[in-house]
Ligand binder design. Structure first.
Ligand code: ZN
Length: 393
């Protein structure tokens, strides 16, 4: 922004009627920062909806974020940006009552992206990444042979998890139909579809009727460094009339609806089937503690929500939807810190119509096709830089 536009910006602010200023004040309650490989994700938790605007300025390089009619009630002390393109953070209030957050940057040309987190109420996500180095510079900086281009043009890996299995049949239909069987059939069709696509590879968590603890499923995706984890289900609903498909992502806090809470409680009980003790997610458990404390989980969840949204949209073309938006709850099977993870309820086995459709091979194929269309649509828009699909254009 040059001097003239900055002036215009300030004048626009002054022209704001004072009645508005008095009215709609929100507060910035908390700022959280996560750092992953030079990229910083700054999450701003607001008390309500806020109009925001961000822009960068040079000499010195800085990013300015204006939050209309917002008061500051988040502490800035203790926020660290080491290893990222952010040097420091400060804040001030404009004469018109807007909150201005300034991030001092380490260099010009830093990439920034600001957007609201879908489904999380009034949280803004600001991503800040250092500019890409030229090929020469990066070769000089990184001479380790196995790290330079070892995984270039790689296939995207989708880990597909058929829910339940073995001693855990999952939910049951009116005539004893088992969720674990339907889930495996659809998961298998999905894996076939993924493998048929150039630039993609699928890996099934289970390819037969075996019991695998929830934690192991998430760990597999994490260990294989999957690009996506999809858990396929066909649960029962509390009401027999409930029908349609839904998509879930992890929530670190509360559930987004009572249905989502109920569903997560049910799924998380799967490990207890067969006489084991109910799984209690303890914060001193290394994996769970890591997940709960690691703020990079927020970025993973945000990707999961975007991806889930595309999958849900596609499912809507072949099936009724139970929920028009991606729901969130504390699903244990979705707790891979670094792998975007979604749980797809393909329909309710407890609903007579859904149950019939879920057992129809043609419908199963349509569902698998729709899930993949959502996944493919997402990665086409945002292909990982080292993936083959990034080069296909
Ligand atoms: Zn299930």
């Amino acid at each position: 922004m040059n001097r003239r536009s900055l002036l215009k910006f300030l004048l626009a602010g002054i022209a704001l009627p004072t009645s508005l200023v008095a009215n709609a004040a929100q507060s910035l309650r908390r700022i959280r920062v996560s750092r992953v490989e030079g990229q910083a994700t700054v999450l701003l938790d607001l008390s309500g909806p806020v109009v925001s605007n961000s822009f960068t300025l040079d000499s010195p390089p800085r990013l300015v974020l204006d939050l209309k009619q917002t008061v500051m009630s988040a502490p800035l002390e203790g926020l660290t940006f080491e290893g990222t393109a952010i040097r420091s953070i400060r804040s001030g209030t404009t004469p018109t009552g807007d909150l201005r957050i300034v991030l001092d940057l380490t260099e010009p040309g830093v990439h920034t992206a600001l957007r609201p987190l879908p489904n999380l109420s009034h949280t803004l996500q600001l991503q800040v990444a250092a500019p890409l180095r030229s090929a020469v510079a990066s070769t000089q900086a990184n001479r380790t042979p196995e790290r330079s281009g070892a995984r270039v043009n790689r296939d995207l890996l989708v880990v597909i998890d058929a829910g339940h299995g073995g001693k855990d049949p999952g939910a049951l239909g009116a005539k004893g139909e088992q969720e674990k069987r339907v889930a495996l059939q659809i998961a298998t069709l999905l894996a076939k579809r993924v493998n048929a696509q150039k630039g993609y590879k699928a890996r099934l968590v289970r390819s037969d009727d075996v019991f695998i603890p929830l934690r192991k499923r998430a760990e597999l995706a994490q260990r294989l460094k999957a690009d996506l984890f999809v858990s396929v289900h066909a649960d029962a609903a509390p009401r027999l009339t409930a029908s349609g498909a839904s998509v879930f992502a992890l929530s670190q806090g509360g559930a987004s609806s009572s249905m989502a809470r109920w569903m997560a409680a049910r799924e998380n009980g799967a490990d207890a089937v067969g006489g084991g003790l109910a799984v209690k997610l303890r914060e001193d458990d290394p994996m769970v503690a890591g997940v709960l404390l690691d703020m990079s989980m927020n970025a993973t969840i945000s990707t999961s929500l975007d991806l889930g949204h595309q999958v849900l949209t596609q499912l809507g073309t072949v099936s009724r939807l139970h929920q028009p938006r991606v729901e969130q709850a504390g699903f244990a099977v979705l707790k891979s810190a670094a792998v975007p993870s979604i749980l797809v309820e393909t329909g309710f086995i407890s609903n007579v119509n859904d149950c019939q459709r879920l057992h129809d091979t043609r419908q199963q194929r349509k569902i698998a096709e729709a899930i993949f269309a959502g996944v493919e649509g997402y990665f086409r828009q945002r292909p990982p830089a080292d993936s083959l699909i990034a080069t296909l254009g």
